[in-house]
Design a protein around this ligand. Sequence first.
Ligand SMILES: *[C@@H]1O[C@H](CO)[C@@H](O)[C@H](O)[C@H]1NC(C)=O
Ligand SMILES: *[C@@H]1O[C@H](CO)[C@@H](O)[C@H](O)[C@H]1NC(C)=O
Ligand SMILES: *[C@@H]1O[C@H](CO)[C@@H](O)[C@H](O)[C@H]1NC(C)=O
Ligand SMILES: *[C@@H]1O[C@H](CO)[C@@H](O)[C@H](O)[C@H]1NC(C)=O
Ligand SMILES: *[C@@H]1O[C@H](CO)[C@@H](O)[C@H](O)[C@H]1NC(C)=O
Length: 556
Amino acid sequence: MASGPDIITYIGVPLAVLGVAPIIYNTISTIATVMKVKRMLRRGRLAGITRGDVINHVIEVELPRYTIAPLHREEHYKEYWGLCDYPSKIPGGSWTIFNWKCHKIGLKTQRIDYTDQLRQPQAEIGFEELISFLLDLGAIPSANGFRMLRGSGLWVPIGTPLLLSPDGHETVLTIAPLDDSDGNLSLAVKWSTNWGMRDQSSLPPYWVLIKGLPAQPSADGDNPETIVPKPVEETTEESAKTDGNDTLVTKTAKYIPTIEEAIPAIRCQIGINGLIAAIPDDFDPQLFDQLSIGHLEIDDMNTNTTGIWFASAITAFGTSSQTILWNYKIPSDILGFAKKDSIPCGILVLLGVVGESATPEWATQYDDDGEKREEQRKKLKEQSRAMMKENQLPPDQKAAAIRERQLKSHDDWVESLNTTRRRDAQRVETRMVEAVQSPKWDNKLVAEHNLAWLKKEGHVEESHDLKRAVEVLLWRMVNDPKITGDLVTLLDSWKAFVDSGGIRRVDYQILKENQVAFANASLLVTIIEDSVSAALGSLAMDLQECIRVWRKVRLG
Ligand SMILES: *[C@@H]1O[C@H](CO)[C@@H](O)[C@H](O)[C@H]1NC(C)=O
Ligand SMILES: *[C@@H]1O[C@H](CO)[C@@H](O)[C@H](O)[C@H]1NC(C)=O
Ligand SMILES: *[C@@H]1O[C@H](CO)[C@@H](O)[C@H](O)[C@H]1NC(C)=O
Ligand SMILES: *[C@@H]1O[C@H](CO)[C@@H](O)[C@H](O)[C@H]1NC(C)=O
Ligand SMILES: *[C@@H]1O[C@H](CO)[C@@H](O)[C@H](O)[C@H]1NC(C)=O
């Protein structure tokens, strides 16, 4: 028979042990999880606080939330162009693969039971900065991704790629789950060292490269003032050594061009307010000397349109080829002007740019030969009649009559000369009026003919197409304030007569007197017109719109 104590021993103790076991188990597993979390945080170099509640088996993790931004491209180039040594493997921490400028904006506390519930708070970053940074590294945008994002916003499926690896095979930037994003766009990022990066010497986003012409021996004599770009005043002491012979001895002398040699390629940075900087393409990043661009800056009062025209033209040039990300918005009045047909084809005929046969009929045709023949016939008939009459007269009267007839015929001749002269003057007048009223041509057509004319006159190389001619022209504008001034004056007066109802005779006179500038200007106007149609429905447009809508995104 078992006694009371025995019962306690054989049944009670195991029961008690069974009761305590979960507590022991919880304690051990909580401690283990806490240690694992701490290890994970340490591995990712994350400054977090971990607390364990042993009884309830709950672990509290407190992690900082950051707002991040790309590092300075030149000052921190090593970090900018390299990956982080200790990327965090915790979900939500994909951004730690790169080095960033970080700023702590708060703490996020989470309660978890298991380590795989741990999330790193997403970082907040300007969408545009992010895109421009990744494009700079060499990522390529996915047209499809941006179209979907623009169309569906937050409903875009998770995993949709926005940016792809340089070879286009893998994803770099994708749509991430909305977990932690408070309704902000949520993205994840990835990069692999195998992909290769662009480097510091690559053209950054928002920059446009314009190639000029190679330096030429001064054989083509029509432009004796060879372009001499002036480097911006040096401020560093070592550069200011002048040895009395007017020779600047500077470290940067290698790309300060000599008289005949202009810088063949220039990088231009375009910002919201137009041209920001222009530097030679083969620059040494340590020196970073700029060309003088004072004549192309947009002035605050908007009284001087030079900067606006240049920024519009170079933006249009850039967006149609290399740049998908741009800051400068071409003013709507300039876009409107560029889209409008404003040059009548008759004016181009008068300027000698187009043959009359190439235009639809716009001028009165005169049948001068027929008229002349008729006139002559009449005159002959009169003459013979007069001579017949003279022959019937007595001889003394006959001599007088002949003299009379000859005098009259001379008068008639003078008269007819005068008439012809008056008529011709009248016709020139009429032709002018008709030219002004002739059908207006699209700016593209005008530019094509002007380009052919520029080639014929030796201003543009035979092999250049419109795009290339514009590039050379932009390059000249950077180098030569005088050409810029002439061009802008013409563009202003062109726009002014379009705004005030169309071309008049005085406007024609201006075009005629500055015909090279007019032809050049029409190339610029066309490239601006082109950029409108090129941008519509394009990747560039979608991207621009997405950046406008999603200013800040969560990256994790
Ligand atoms: C995005 O996040 C910020 C806080 O970072 C929040 O104020 C805002 O409401 C969120 N949602 C949207 C749609 O911007
Ligand atoms: C100027 O150059 C000449 C030779 O080219 C040299 O002899 C002279 O010393 C230089 N003058 C100065 C002030 O360095
Ligand atoms: C505009 O500015 C440029 C450069 O400063 C100057 O050359 C040009 O004459 C100015 N044009 C007008 C109309 O003031
Ligand atoms: C013809 O023109 C000349 C000079 O232009 C002028 O002297 C003459 O009177 C004109 N004759 C007639 C008939 O109009
Ligand atoms: C027109 O463009 C050509 C080629 O770029 C250049 O040589 C010429 O100087 C320009 N002239 C004017 C007035 O813009």
